[in-house]
Ligand binder design. Structure first.
Ligand SMILES: *Cc1c(COP(=O)(O)O)cnc(C)c1O
Length: 468
């Protein structure tokens, strides 16, 4: 969460609440607005309080026009009802809510099967608040396994984790919070993600694992997981180092199994020891759920698993937090049941068709150069063509916002900081009708942008924001 500061300026005192909202004050005929930065002295009637909150929220953006986020912004009303039914259920109370716990267990089994665990009944896994927590858990398991293998040298030796520079920020957090050295493979020329050979070269006896990303945040491209495992197999033959791979499938682990069935990236590769995904991205559930799975219980050191008996029962858990809502897990189970493999395939294929067609049309405009084409994740990134000098991607982002589109622009990391791109994330609900409107708005802007004397967006951070 943003680290918020306290009150920046005093509340204005003269504000009145719309007199329609409640019984008028018998003296003034008005109701004073409650303070915003300290707890009001007394209660308000529920209708007035709810109306005030509702009015503030009106100014939030329209999520359907948000092309920045990967996170689900629409579910069926039935899912909403189930979630409302479960809003009082605490996921940690496995004994009080055994059926909710059972649905979580079934989701883990379904994912183990979907990701081709050789023995789904041997796989272990859990729900989390999202991929970030799942990645922390997976990273902790890798670190603990390394520490046990190196008990004679640890804590003297410093563990490291290998990853592309394009990793999502959660891996930088993991390394920072758990004091692991992040060894990042830089981008090189037109390679915008990890290179398998370079990853193998960075490994040594203190490497706890390599992270491969199925669906790079920066451009939606899949990292070559199979080639990565092959490079690490060769490393093992040469040096004896046996380095496990974690696949961060935050987005792609819920896309590839349905529409890239021939792509081998999951537990079919013996070196893949754990996988995470965000249930709330292409898992198609509202924010608040992720999943972490390990090939077998051996990959998850027993001493990281906690059993508490003070809620009754002693179900083993692996999580950073304790209490958590059960609604999202129930909604995930509902979505699995509702769509099945065929349903997921249809949804993801439609989303990717929209992404590819839209990328194609952007390409045809002539002013832009595609970095990716929306043919892996339904996501594509593009930049301005070399001959475009009067405007830049930040201008495009800023001007598209005038039509309501949230189209993020950002620079690539180290080694390709010269490259700034726009990124479009297509999600279920971004229809081809909306794609038409997007192209219309962009086409309408171009003549004005071309007439600019030079790029005009000075405050690039304010013009746009990069949503991971
Ligand atoms: C979104 C994302 C994450 C973080 O996931 P949350 O569910 O938002 O915590 C991690 N890795 C990748 C590759 C992502 O795209």
């Amino acid at each position: 969460m943003p680290l918020h500061q306290g009150q920046q300026k005093p509340d204005a005192h003269s504000h009145r609440v719309n007199p329609f909202y409640g019984e008028a004050n018998p003296v003034s005929g008005m109701i004073e607005a409650p303070p915003k930065h300290r707890l009001p002295d007394g209660p308000l009637p529920p209708t007035i309080a709810a109306q005030l909150v509702h009015d503030e929220l009106m100014l939030d953006g329209n999520s359907r026009l948000n092309l920045a986020t990967f996170v689900t912004t629409w579910m069926e009303p039935q899912a909403g009802l189930l979630m409302a039914e479960c809003r009082d259920k605490n996921m940690i109370d496995k004994d009080e809510y055994p059926r909710t716990a059972e649905l979580e267990r079934r989701c883990v089994s379904m994912l183990a099967d979907l990701w081709n665990a050789p023995d789904p009944s041997a796989a272990v896994g859990c729900s989390t608040t999202g991929s970030s927590e799942a990645c922390m858990l997976a990273g902790m398991a890798l670190k603990r396994r390394w520490a046990k293998r190196n008990a004679d040298r640890y804590p003297g030796a410093r563990p490291n984790l290998i990853m592309g520079v394009n990793v999502q920020v959660c891996w930088e957090k993991f390394c920072n919070f758990w004091e692991v050295e992040a060894r990042q493979i830089p981008m090189e020329g037109d390679r915008f993600h990890l290179d398998p050979e370079a990853a193998a070269e960075l490994c040594d006896e203190n490497t706890i694992g390599v992270v491969g990303i199925l669906g790079s945040t920066f451009d939606g491209s899949y990292e070559p997981i199979q080639e990565l495992c092959a490079a690490l197999d060769r490393l093992q033959e040469r040096t004896g180092l046996d380095i496990p791979v974690h696949v961060d499938g935050a987005s792609g682990a819920m896309v590839a199994p349905f529409i890239d069935e021939d792509l081998v990236w999951d537990f079919r590769l013996p070196r893949v020891s754990s996988i995470n995904t965000s249930g709330h991205k292409y898992g198609l559930v509202y924010p608040g759920v992720g999943w972490a799975l390990w090939r077998t219980a051996e990959e998850l050191p027993e001493e990281l698993v906690f059993r508490v008996n003070y809620l009754g029962g002693d179900m083993p858990t692996f999580a950073l937090n304790f209490s958590r809502p059960g609604a999202q897990v129930v909604a995930q189970y509902y979505t699995f049941l509702r769509l099945g493999r065929e349903g997921y395939r249809a949804v993801q294929q439609t989303t990717r068709d929209v992404a590819r067609a839209l990328a194609e049309r952007v390409d045809c405009m002539g002013d832009f150069r595609l970095i990716t084409r929306g043919d892996e994740l339904p996501v594509f990134a593009f930049t301005t063509a070399p001959e475009v000098t009067t405007y830049d991607v930040f201008d495009v982002s800023r001007r598209m916002r005038e039509s309501g589109w949230l189209l993020p622009a950002y620079t690539f990391p180290e080694n390709r900081e010269d490259l700034s791109v726009l990124r479009v994330v297509c999600r279920n609900g971004f229809s081809s009708d909306l794609a038409d409107l997007f192209i219309e708005d962009l086409t309408r802007l171009l003549p004005e942008l071309r007439r600019q004397p030079h790029p005009l967006t000075h405050d690039k951070d304010a013009a746009t924001s990069f949503h991971h």
